[in-house]
Structure formats: C-alpha cells, structure tokens
Design a protein around this ligand. Structure first.
Ligand code: FAD
Length: 422
C-alpha cells in the first residue's frame, strides 16, 4: 500500500517511521525545502509532566491580562479574524475543570507511552538524537507560582507520576547556577529531552535509506474525490507549476496549516499558530546549566544540550501565520534567563540567531488524531501545540494503526478530528 503524508515535521516523520516498519510505501509531500520549521529548534523536551492541556481554568483571565502586554509569555494579537474569533470562543468553552479532569489521565497515558517509545528507540540504536534522561526542573521565584506548581505536583502524584517538591536548598543542590532568589520548585525525574534538530535530521536520513520518497517545495492545494475516497491530490511546485497525483491513503500532518488543508477534505478543525522563539548560547564548562528547566514566572524553557550549548525558548503568540519576529518578546526570554541564573551568560542574541516556530494549537489544547468518518482513506495527526516532540512517536504509531484499520492501542476518543463539528 502507498501512503502520502502531507507535512515533513516531526509528526509526519514519525508517521512514516511506523508505516515503513509495517512494510508500506511512503511519500512525504512538503511545501517548503524541509530545512527548517517548528520541529527543528524547539526546546526538545519530552514531558510526561505536561499532562494539563493549555485550555485550563484561569487561562482566559490570564490571556486577557497578557493581551495588554506585548512582552508577556502568552499574547493574542487583537484582530477581527473569523477563524481566530471561532477559535477563541471554543478555547473559552474548553477551559473548564470538567474538561481538564477528563483530559488529564488520557494525556498522561499518551505522554507516558510516547516517552517509553523514545526509550525503545534509544535502545534500538537506529537513530542518534542525543536523548538524555535528566528530568525537568520547574523553577519559581514567587510564592504564588510555587504554590500553583505544588498543586500540579499533587495532581501528578494522584495520577501515579513522580514529582519532587523542592525548597530553595533543594533547587540549588540540583542547579547551583540558579540565583538565591529562586524560592523553590518541582522536579519531574521521568521527563527527558533530546536534540530536536538531530532527531529530525537523522529520522529523515533513516527514512530515506528505507525508501521513503521526499517531495520538497511541493504544496498540496486541492483534492478530488471518488465516492467516499480522496482520489487525487493537486500539487503546486515552487515555480507555480501544477500537477495531479492519484492517491491510495492520505495523512494530514500539516501542523499549523492543517485547518486550511482540512477544509480541502471537508473537515472543520479550528487551529491557530502559536508562535514561539528560541536561541542558543554557548556555556562555559565551569558555569553551566545542568538540568532542563522551565522558568515559571516567564514560562521560558531552558535546555542544556550535550555540546555545551543551552537553548532558551518561549512565548506563545497567537498572531497568525507570518514570519514577523517581535524582538521585544525575544528580549523578554533573554532577560528571564538572566534573572534566574547567576554566572551563566544569556544576553540578547544576534538577529540571525533568533529562531521562530509555529506551534499548531487546537482550542482545547488536545491534538487531533483520527480517521475521517466521511472519507475512507484519510487520517489526520496534528494540533500537538507544545507537545509535538513529546507525542510524536505515539502519534506516528496511531497513524499507522489507523491507516492499517487496526484496533487502536490507545484511548484517542478525546482527540476526535470531528469534535468541533458538533
Ligand atoms: C519555541 C518552541 C518550543 C517548543 N518546545 C517543545 C518541547 O520542548 N517539547 C515538545 O514536545 N514540543 C515543543 N514545541 C512544539 C513542537 O515543536 C511542535 O508541536 C511540533 O514541531 C509540531 O510538529 P508538526 O509535525 O505537527 O508540525 P510542523 O513541524 O509545523 O510540520 C508541518 C509541516 O507541514 C507542511 N505543510 C503544511 N501545509 C502543507 C501543504 N498544503 N502542502 C505540503 N506541506 C504542507 C509545513 O510546511 C510543515 O513543514 C515547541 C515549539 C516552539 C515554537
């Protein structure tokens, strides 16, 4: 069987990985050159600790407050855009305790299963992706955020996960470079991280050696149908030349672009691009950050890699799909780094060293994974927001099971791709 996957981000790649393992022919269609995108210079964290979806109680109030501050960690650009208004309405409806309580154990199981697949991948030695099991440290400077994180840690315990609450001394023992005004934090020992660029690059090389065809600079612009099947995809290359290909099975793994693409297939999947920024800094051998961390007040992720470089990443900016870089927000990330660590040099990066990525965000903070009800040969895997690296292996496995029409091995009912059509 031949499967066409739309999108060469981490979700498309892991979908190809598990389909190839089942002996299928795969072609990945990518609108750009495949050299960059959201899956490349993110923080690389693999976080079972992130079992609370973004749309949680209190987020609407925080978002409204942060809208007035364009250096805040979460920013919604006020604009009269129907897709954004629809998304915001659905976000408000989803941000309640009942929905979060329902989602947490499902997300936990999905995250834990995905992390176990990374362990297997490491053990298989098929790919080098600088996988490190150093846990994740949440660092807090203010009493109220520390209290919030202690409550999340209690929920983690209820869900059977490890979480260690740390006082000031506990934090400084694990992370000697943290400044004395870091009051405390929570340590999640079962979180891990990898080098996402290496993961994407080596996964592509592996897939290429297994015969996966990569069609870069090729955009899917339309589709035609035969009964309840997609019959052909219409493509456009970088020169504007159009062509059509016949398809057997199609996977949409198009990240932030999935809403528009889904419309071609008569699906309604609200999605907003959540722009985030990152940059790398060299560390000195004797003054280095030891543990991947979240600087809670600023919502900045800090990832030390094996090559003695550290990545600072953050902000969630809902301002549409565009390449505009707001330096004020990058500066806020650098300043957060400086305010949490002592000797470590952070500083504002050069323009050329600022990276941005567009996180695919659904209104309820849950991915879209499933088979279309009205089209027999369409599967979707998208909307992973802040968890695309964490959830890529398990999502890829689900795609493979759905394409092969097996009974899916995980509970993915909440990720229903039709859930916003009701
Ligand atoms: C600053 C930042 C930090 C992050 N840190 C982490 C982290 O620590 N841990 C974690 O788990 N996640 C993290 N993420 C989130 C993670 O990066 C994303 O969830 C993930 O990359 C999404 O992968 P994807 O494959 O769904 O989308 P993408 O990587 O965006 O891939 C989708 C691809 O589809 C292509 N495409 C779209 N439309 C078409 C079309 N019509 N035709 C052909 N091709 C098309 C696009 O060009 C794109 O290349 C972070 C994100 C950011 C921005």
């Amino acid at each position: 069987m031949k499967v066409h996957i739309i999108g060469s981000g981490i979700i498309g790649l892991f979908s190809a990985y598990y389909l190839v393992k089942e002996g299928h022919e795969v072609e990945i269609i990518e609108q750009y050159d495949g050299a960059d995108g959201c899956s490349f210079q993110n923080a690389g964290m693999i976080t079972p600790s992130h079992f609370i979806p973004l749309a949680a109680p209190g987020m609407v109030q925080k978002a409204l407050k942060w809208m007035l501050d364009d250096a805040s960690p979460f920013y919604v650009k006020p604009r009269l855009d129907l897709s954004m208004l629809n998304w915001s309405w659905k976000f408000m409806q989803a941000a309640n305790q009942r929905k979060v309580d329902e989602a947490m154990p499902v997300l936990r199981d999905f995250l834990v299963a995905s992390r176990a697949m990374y362990l297997n991948l490491e053990a298989s030695q098929e790919l080098d992706f600088d996988f490190e099991k150093k846990g994740l440290l949440l660092l807090c400077k203010t009493e109220h955020l520390l209290e919030d994180e202690i409550q999340v840690a209690a929920k983690a315990h209820d869900l059977g996960m490890k979480a260690e609450v740390l006082d000031r001394a506990g934090v400084h023992k694990l992370e000697p470079e943290a400044l004395p005004d870091v009051l405390g934090g929570v340590f999640y020992p079962d979180d891990s991280h990898c080098n996402p660029q290496k993961l994407v690059k080596n996964l592509k090389t592996f897939l290429f050696t297994k015969g996966v065809q990569f069609s870069y600079n090729t955009k899917v612009i339309d589709a035609s149908f035969n009964g309840n099947k997609i019959d052909k995809l219409k493509l456009e290359d970088a020169k504007g030349e159009q062509s059509e290909i016949k398809v057997e099975k199609v996977v949409v793994a198009a990240g932030s672009w999935s809403e528009g693409l889904a419309e071609l297939f008569k699906l309604k999947m609200p999605m907003q691009a959540g722009k985030g920024y990152s940059f790398l800094q060299e560390q000195e051998a004797n003054k280095n950050i030891k543990h991947p961390s979240i600087l809670c007040e600023a919502k900045v992720a800090v990832t030390p890699f094996m090559d003695n470089k550290v990545r600072f990443a953050g902000t969630m900016e809902l301002a549409g799909i565009n390449p505009i870089i707001k330096k004020k927000r990058v500066k806020a990330i650098a300043e957060a780094g400086e305010s949490f660590y002592g000797q470590v040099k952070v500083g504002m990066p050069k323009d050329a060293d600022i990276w941005y990525g567009l996180r695919p965000c659904s209104p309820d903070g849950l991915p879209y994974i499933g088979k279309a009800k009205h089209l027999d040969n369409l599967v979707v895997a998208s909307g992973h927001a802040m968890l695309g690296i964490s959830l890529a292996p398990i999502s890829g496995q689900m795609v493979s099971e759905l394409i092969l029409e097996k009974n899916v091995s995980q509970n993915i009912g909440l990720f229903d791709i039709h859930r916003f059509e009701k």
